[in-house]
Design a binder for this molecule. Structure first.
Ligand code: SAM
Length: 240
């Protein structure tokens, strides 16, 4: 339903997300390590293993931010392949591009909205989105776009916060709603952004709901892997 009220809320969300990532861009990597106690590196490593990128492949990293995944893929595609680093946010993309250059790579980059990808259909072997989907206003539209640009046989990987194993939920809630904003305040002088983070994690669809959304977007053979007791999940789907 797209009544006026919804549209206003949607615009607010997009604006909020833009504000949050412009504000955290410079401290993003440090905060990631702190908040996840370094675990985001393991989750990304798992994603990179499952991605199994081969020389010559074309990869699109959506909401790529500071380029952790893009860089790992860049090392694997070789000269015949290509990795696109993309993000909607200029500040995040700048940090990412600098990091890529510092590591001795040069990747094509594009500032774009996952809901309107500026790429031809059927053009990538792999599309990834890590900790990006929950920030998108119309997740169904974004998923359909990511599927569209995949070639038949290509795969989509979605790494995202998910629903933690129930017995751990109270401790996790205390951590994310109390400790996270406090750390955000201490380290980045920005409690609000990290409060948004905790809220966006709580609101995000659980494992099975996201799998259903991916099927709804036309992805097939959808499956997921729980990481950190389900605090994070990696979903994979194919386009046929
Ligand atoms: N992928 C990186 C990682 O795993 O470290 C960055 C993740 S960061 C938490 C989320 C990113 O999603 C931000 O850089 C933000 O700008 C981006 N983002 C939010 N909404 C977006 C959209 N509609 N299209 C593309 N990127 C978006």
């Amino acid at each position: 339903t797209h009544f006026g009220y919804e549209t206003v809320k949607e615009e607010e969300k997009a604006k909020k997300v833009a504000g949050v990532f412009t504000s955290v861009a410079q401290k993003y990597d440090v905060m990631n390590d702190l908040m996840s106690m370094g675990m985001h590196r393991l989750w990304k490593k798992f994603t990179i293993d499952i991605a199994n990128v081969r020389p010559g492949e074309r990869v699109l990293d959506v909401a790529g931010g500071t380029a952790d995944l893009s860089l790992a893929f860049a090392k694997r595609v070789g000269d015949s392949g290509q990795v696109w680093l993309t993000d909607i946010n200029h500040a995040m993309l700048s940090v990412g591009r600098d990091r890529v250059l510092d590591k001795g790579f040069s990747l094509p980059t594009a500032q774009c909205d996952a809901e309107k990808l500026p790429f031809a259909s059927d053009s990538f072997d792999l599309v990834t989105v890590a900790f990006g989907l929950r920030n998108m206003t119309h997740k169904d539209v974004a998923l359909a776009e990511m599927r569209r640009v995949l070639r038949p046989g290509g795969r989509l990987l979605v790494l995202e916060f998910s629903k933690i194993w129930k017995p751990l939920a109270p401790a996790y809630d205390a951590y994310s709603f109390k400790l996270l904003p406090w750390m955000g305040q201490k380290v980045a002088n920005d409690a609000d952004s990290y409060r948004y983070l905790a809220e966006s994690i709580r609101m995000h669809p659980d494992q099975d709901t996201l799998a259903e959304m991916m099927r709804g977007a036309g992805l097939e053979r959808v499956q997921y892997f729980n990481l950190a007791a389900g605090a994070v999940a990696l979903h994979r789907g194919y386009k046929f």
